[in-house]
Design a protein around this ligand. Structure first.
Ligand code: COA
Length: 417
């Protein structure tokens, strides 16, 4: 972090000290921080109403392909999240007009357990939009850090038009801190024409990182379909003729679908963690909440085993195209990653998906494998990512400036799938 940033991030806020009330600038809005078990039924009903008002027929639970009701989906997102979290409520004249959910998440950072906080389900009732409430929210926390978290690791550079605009107008001290080994959005088209038609529709669980949003923010008009067909067709051809060698199998690999993660994933995490500078702490509780609860949408969990030994897993979803939410294998076992990827592509093709999408840091062994062996193509407007670190542990995070940093970050680590 540069000197300017160092001085700017001085104030410390602890928003999870619930029951805290504060006036939001001159907006007339009161912010209130509460735990999910303190929400009234009326507040929960109002959340659903606001989210439906904002997204119409495509609220967040539909975007992730969940069959759950709005109320059940919100319970999954908050009450049943296996970690600390809190709600930020926005009230105007005694009426709830907006909210955001904040969740703490553990990461393994070079052997140490560190925490970060992520926000999701940020929405303001359409009747009170455009009155500067989001601006007041932004200004209220600008240059501040959460005393209860150690760092910030956004999977994508903010691309929501409002956020982009606010950050330009009122920059954050860490604004220019892009992750040097940023996320690359890889696509493996299975049916090119349908893929290009499908990619016009929002494909993420938050509109903040879709290509459409990025292009809207940059004022770029999508290219005509014929031009895009030619570009992707050419990329696919080049991927096919590129010389590649598939990693040879090092042991028996049996693949099967499971309904739950078990304790073996802890051993896998312990073995994998030292080989990365940073990765989300993938406990069985977290993975079962994230991928094995139908309220989150319908994921498929494939495990790779040799006898009873867990060699790795791949989690995917087929929702507006197939998506790889998570992939993790034992260190050095790219043969296992290859078996899981091949299986996933074949299953997606059989299910009629138009493409497979994979978010992975640009310099990651799985990215190299996906590109060179399986013909995944990097999308031009890749998401990247941003970071910030503070407090006693700040020096630990300078690896984010290294383009070869060993980062493990996947789509399912955030709310995007
Ligand atoms: C995003 C949202 C929270 C913004 O809240 P808001 O209170 O209406 O925002 P503000 O009134 O403070 O406006 C913020 C600024 O962004 C600008 N802005 C808003 N939308 C914009 C857009 N599409 N492009 C460019 N700038 C935009 C506004 O003009 C304003 O800037 P200004 O003061 O310089 O004119 C609200 O619109 C919302 O709930 N949207 C739907 C849900 C959503 O998209 N959530 C976030 C992603 S998960």
């Amino acid at each position: 972090m540069n000197q300017l940033a160092r001085t700017a991030v001085e104030m410390v806020v602890t928003p999870r000290h619930h029951h805290r009330l504060e006036a939001l600038g001159e907006s007339g809005v009161i912010r209130r921080f509460v735990d999910s078990d303190e929400l009234t039924d009326e507040e929960r009903r109002r959340f659903v109403e606001i989210l439906e008002g904002v997204w119409g027929s495509d609220p967040p639970w539909k975007q992730v392909g969940s069959d759950a009701s709005g109320a059940d989906y919100l319970d999954w997102e908050s009450v049943d999240y296996p970690g600390e979290h809190f709600w930020e409520l926005l009230e105007l004249d005694g009426r709830l007009i907006g909210m955001q959910l904040h969740r703490y998440m553990d990461y393994r950072v070079r052997g140490n357990l560190r925490r970060t906080r992520e926000g999701t389900l940020w929405a303001i009732d359409p009747s009170t939009q455009g009155r500067g409430i989001a601006t007041a929210q932004h200004l209220a926390t600008r240059g501040q850090r959460d005393a209860d978290s150690d760092f910030l690791y956004d999977s994508a550079v903010p691309s929501h038009p409002t956020t982009v605009h606010l950050l330009e107008k009122y920059p954050q001290p860490w604004q220019d801190q892009y992750v040097a080994n940023g996320l690359q959005i890889l696509f493996r088209p299975l049916n090119l024409r349908r893929f290009l038609q499908g990619s016009e529709a929002p494909a993420d669980a938050t509109s903040g990182s879709t290509r459409v949003a990025i292009e809207a923010a940059a004022g770029i008009k999508p290219r005509p379909t014929a031009v895009r067909m030619a570009w992707w067709g050419n990329q696919m051809l080049r991927a096919r003729i590129r010389p590649h060698r598939r990693p040879g199998r090092r042991s028996d690999i049996r693949l099967r679908t499971v309904m739950q993660f078990d304790d073996r994933v802890t051993a896998l995490l312990d073995m994998v963690a030292p080989t990365f500078d940073v990765l989300q702490s993938r406990t069985p509780e977290l993975l079962n909440w994230r991928y094995c609860d139908p309220r989150a949408g319908h994921f498929t969990v494939r495990v790779a085993e040799d006898g009873d030994r867990l060699l790795g897993y791949l989690v995917s979803k087929n929702n507006r195209g197939a998506q790889i939410a998570d992939l993790l294998v034992l260190p050095g076992r790219l043969d296992v990653a290859a078996a899981l990827l091949e299986d996933m592509i074949e299953r997606s093709r059989a299910e009629g998906a138009h493409s497979v999408r994979f978010w992975v840091p640009r310099a990651h062994p799985y990215a190299e494998l996906a590109r060179s062996v399986f013909g995944f193509i990097p999308q031009r407007n890749a998401g990247g990512g941003q970071w910030a670190a503070w407090g006693a542990t700040e020096g630990e995070f300078t690896f984010f400036t290294d383009p070869r940093a060993r980062l493990h970050k996947m789509m399912g680590d955030g709310p995007h799938v």
